[in-house]
Design a protein around this ligand. Structure first.
Ligand code: NA7
Length: 547
């Protein structure tokens, strides 16, 4: 047995040094608490630290995908593009750490293995892979929603003799594909971003596509100084609008083509077939943007899918390849929207082959490539762009045990159950940032992170002031919140039976099919969280000693 290496008790321990963990640390320091952050990576940045694949880019405008808590920082920092690429976001994360001198409280290259509630002490015992043990009154999970990669189990996977990469764990020195033939599995956001970039460099690229996605051109462009100055002078207003919006994004400078209304207004069901074709002629993929019934009515949605496929057939030269790329049998808006740069055009290149696995799936991985029901494909390098065990993956990986020794994996056997996505009944003083049951991945994460961190630090501040030792979500509050999360998600395109997305856990074999994020919107959600506080932390039990 490894001898325990115990450290002095902490007020708060934070797991993860992405944007959530960094801001949480900053806020708790301001309360004068002793805080430690444990982070598996060698530096800050979270998802932007790991996802370094070619083409990795944010799909939220840079001016909005940034912290608002320091006006000095938002005025001084300059973004170069409407939607920033990964290296620039990682640089931004680094300067947040520098500016607030955060690294001195972060222990890098440390992975948490066990998190156990100590009922006698009313505190958490957190063990790491290095054999260290921390005791902390509060434990805050800033572990990210897309941080545990999913590599599907495919027969023969170990036999492949060439190099193997996963987009979510990309080598830090980059990969040189010059002269190489490459096979890539997966056409989610990561695959769709990486494919055009890899195709430019590799000798040949073979794309193994199980489900085609609906993806829209990003229209990304450089940010002018003039535009940036104007946005900065309106920042207070922009930030307020973001906080009150549905998804934490107001589309400030998104670049979807000038005078387009930001909110859809018209009904597609009221249009004729020739009007729809005329719209496609004029606006391409953008033809469907302004119709609100696409998200509400399956017939309208199918009309939009037809318009989408029509435009796709115009962009892709080879008719068979175009057919192979066409999404069918599930609605637009079911999966997380993808935006791309020259994705479909990439399939017009001579060095790119599409393997539409709907025509015959993968049988096994061989020494030299992939054997499918359609034949064998050989290549030198294999890339998995196969996504993540989203939202619950990192939490369940840590072996968290709450009151009475109940494991989180047991409490969430049928899917995640939280109050406001912030706490779980039976796990006192343990908070999650952007946990399941909160808007989280359905929103601009920066807005949701700031709201959760502010709420948690206000809560801890309140407990300090009132000499309260523990806080725990009550069972009825969890029950009611889970019912509400399900109720608002019901009837949404993201939950229709034909939809299989990582929002529902459908990408991980055996994971319960539950719609995990809160679809009610960040504005409504924020109001709800504030009401809970003004009603004396309604739904939470606060106590000044052990129960
Ligand atoms: P996603 O969106 O989960 O995409 C993963 C892709 O990998 C998707 O096309 C999957 O097809 C495919 N996949 C997974 N397993 C297999 C197997 N066994 N065979 C063939 N294809 C497979 O992950 P991303 O990393 O692209 O994006 C995640 C989020 O990161 C994204 O939404 C943004 O928010 C940022 P499937 O659709 O399951 O048929």
């Amino acid at each position: 047995m490894v001898e325990e290496n115990r450290t002095p008790p902490l007020d708060a321990l934070i797991v993860g040094a992405g944007f959530a963990g960094m801001y949480m640390l900053h806020k708790l320091r301001q309360l004068g608490l002793s805080v430690r952050v444990l982070e598996a990576a060698k530096d800050v940045g979270g998802t932007w630290y790991w996802n370094r694949y070619p083409g990795a880019r944010c799909d939220v405008p840079s001016m909005e995908y940034s912290f608002s808590f320091s006006d000095e920082m938002q005025q001084q920092w300059n973004w170069t593009e409407v939607m920033a690429a990964q290296p620039e976001i990682l640089e931004y994360a680094g300067q947040v750490a520098d500016r607030f001198e955060l690294r001195s409280s972060i222990q890098f290259e440390t992975r948490v293995t066990d998190v156990t509630y100590d009922e006698a002490q009313c505190s958490w015992r957190v063990a790491t892979d290095a054999g260290e043990v921390f005791q902390s009154r509060f434990c805050i999970m800033a572990t990210g929603c897309l941080s545990v990669t999913n590599t599907p189990v495919i027969e023969g996977a170990k036999s492949f003799v060439g190099a193997i990469y996963h987009t979510g764990e990309w080598p830090h020195d980059g990969v040189d594909f010059t002269g190489k033939s490459v096979g890539i599995i997966g056409t989610g956001s990561s695959g769709i971003q990486a494919i055009p970039e890899i195709a430019k460099q590799a000798a040949h690229l073979t794309v193994f596509q199980r489900t085609p996605n609906y993806t829209m051109p990003a229209h990304n462009k450089p940010l002018t100084d003039e535009y940036q100055q104007e946005a900065k002078s309106n920042y207070a207003d922009i930030r307020q609008q973001q906080r009150e919006s549905l998804a934490g994004i107001i589309g400030y400078g998104f670049g979807f083509g000038g005078a387009e209304p930001t909110e859809p207004t018209d009904e597609l069901l009221q249009t004729t077939a020739s009007e729809r074709m005329a719209l496609v002629d004029k606006k391409g993929f953008g033809a469907i943007h302004r119709f609100m019934d696409i998200g509400l009515d399956m017939n309208a949605n199918e009309m939009a899918c037809d318009m989408y496929r029509e435009q796709l057939s115009r962009v892709v030269d080879d008719a068979e390849t175009a057919q192979g790329l066409m999404p069918r049998n599930y609605p637009i808006g079911c999966k997380r929207p993808v935006i791309d740069t020259q994705y479909y055009q990439t399939f017009n290149r001579d060095n790119v082959t599409l393997v539409d696995l709907r025509q015959g799936g993968i049988e096994r991985i061989t020494e030299t490539g992939i054997q499918t029901e359609q034949g064998a494909f050989d290549f030198d390098v294999l890339i998995y762009a196969t996504g993540f065990d989203a939202m619950t993956g990192a939490l369940l990986q840590m072996n968290i045990c709450g009151r009475d020794g109940v494991a989180l994996s047991k409490a969430w056997e049928a899917g995640p159950r939280t109050y406001l996505g912030l706490q779980v009944h039976g796990f006192p003083n343990l908070f999650m940032i952007t946990g399941p049951g909160s808007p989280s991945v359905l929103s601009n994460m920066m807005v949701s992170i700031e709201q959760h961190v502010d709420w948690i630090s206000d809560c801890i501040g309140h407990m300090e002031q009132n000499q309260l030792r523990t806080i725990e979500a009550t069972a009825p509050a969890v029950e009611e919140w889970v019912a509400h999360v399900n109720e608002v998600a019901d009837g949404n395109m993201m939950t229709v039976p034909s939809c299989n997305s990582w929002y529902l856990g459908a990408n991980i074999p055996g994971k319960p099919r539950i719609f995990m994020p809160y679809v009610g919107g960040v504005g409504v959600y924020r109001q709800k969280c504030d009401e809970v506080v003004s009603n004396g932390y309604e739904g939470f039990e606060l106590a000044n000693s052990k129960k």
